[in-house]
Design a protein around this ligand. Structure first.
Ligand code: SF4
Length: 326
């Protein structure tokens, strides 16, 4: 671990100015991912700006029953919030499916969104990894890759995005609010936050240098049933092999609307638009769910040891839809 300096920020503008002033500075909040990466020498900031005590820890209910969530709200507090549990149960379920109680007590909403992949080769500094050292190669391709991506990957990187919360937030259509290094406020859909790896897997988000996430906006609660289902190697404290966030509205025996997002399959939360089209106005029955699952995974990679995820994802989606539409 290389030496670094540390300061605790008291204002958002001060934190942003401090990161802009130091050439290799980073924000730190809960530190549940960054500290591990620093200990392994994967992240090597020379200055840390602690933003965990900034006044960004409020959950504010809006007149449209949406909510504005400060980026420093902990995962535990967000999952337990009465309005979230009542109107966005998908988000509570996803948060509680992630990590452990201790980690959720420390992890912030902003940090959860920006956590790095858990591809084992990314954490092993003795192996090639294009994300860690651009141009060095990818040890996961042809290596131990059963937890890696089957959708949205590239020849440079097949890592998956690890967050459960981001999968639920994508299904719920959240907006991300940031402040740039020049003090401008930006707001954009979560779908525009994450980049696909292409030839530059080291670029994971659309955030500019020194830009800070300050809040997440949940819109009016959607109609219909919300379900988050996560399949993993053990019952807790494990990342998803496959997860599904589903919001399904049923009317007169038909599926009036639906939103489907996968986790554990791709470098970012993966919206299954084609499956949603299959479901639109379809009968709420097994044959419709089967057709949607086939369409959702039609482009999935099947080679390599992650190939089993294709069938696992189809089964998980069918089951989730059957419960959500019942
Ligand atoms: Fe690195 Fe991505 Fe390859 Fe994993 S899949 S070794 S993160 S380049």
């Amino acid at each position: 671990m290389q030496p670094f300096t540390y300061e605790r920020a008291t204002t958002v503008s001060g934190a942003i100015a401090s990161v802009a002033k130091h050439p290799n500075a980073k924000f730190i909040a809960g530190g549940t991912n960054l500290l591990d990466l620093m200990k392994l020498g994967i992240e090597r900031p020379t200055h840390l700006v602690d933003i965990s005590r900034l006044p960004l820890n409020r959950i504010e209910t809006q007149p449209d029953r949406g909510i504005r969530i400060g980026a420093q709200v902990t995962n535990s507090d967000l999952a337990a919030h009465p309005h979230v549990r009542a109107h966005f149960p998908l988000l509570s379920q996803a948060l509680l499916a992630g990590a452990s109680g201790q980690l959720r007590n420390k992890a912030s909403v902003g940090g959860n969104l920006l956590q790095r992949t858990r591809c084992p080769y990314f954490y092993n500094t003795h192996t090639p990894c294009n994300k860690r050292v651009p141009g060095s190669g990818c040890a996961a391709i042809g290596g131990f890759n059963r937890a890696n991506a089957i959708l949205g990957a590239s020849e440079s990187c097949i890592a998956v995005h690890p967050s459960d919360m981001a999968v639920a937030m994508t299904a719920l259509g959240v907006q991300i609010e940031t402040i740039t290094a020049t003090g401008q406020t930006r707001q954009f859909a979560i779908g525009d936050l994450y980049s696909l790896p292409g030839a530059t897997p080291q670029i994971e988000t659309s955030l500019a240098s020194g830009e800070m996430i300050v809040a997440v906006h949940l819109p009016t609660p959607p109609r219909g049933q919300q379900i988050y289902r996560k399949v993993r190697d053990r019952a807790s404290y494990a990342f998803a092999l496959v997860s599904v966030a589903a919001i399904v509205e049923r009317r007169n025996g038909r599926l009036a609307s639906s939103r489907i997002v996968f986790g554990g399959l791709a470098p970012r939360p993966w919206r299954a638009d084609a499956a949603e089209q299959v479901l639109r106005n379809g009968k709420a029955e097994a044959s419709t769910f089967d057709a949607a699952a086939e369409r959702a995974l039609a482009d999935a990679r099947t080679e390599g040891s992650a190939g089993f995820k294709r069938e696992l994802a189809k089964r998980t989606l069918r089951q989730t839809l059957a419960v959500a539409a019942s």
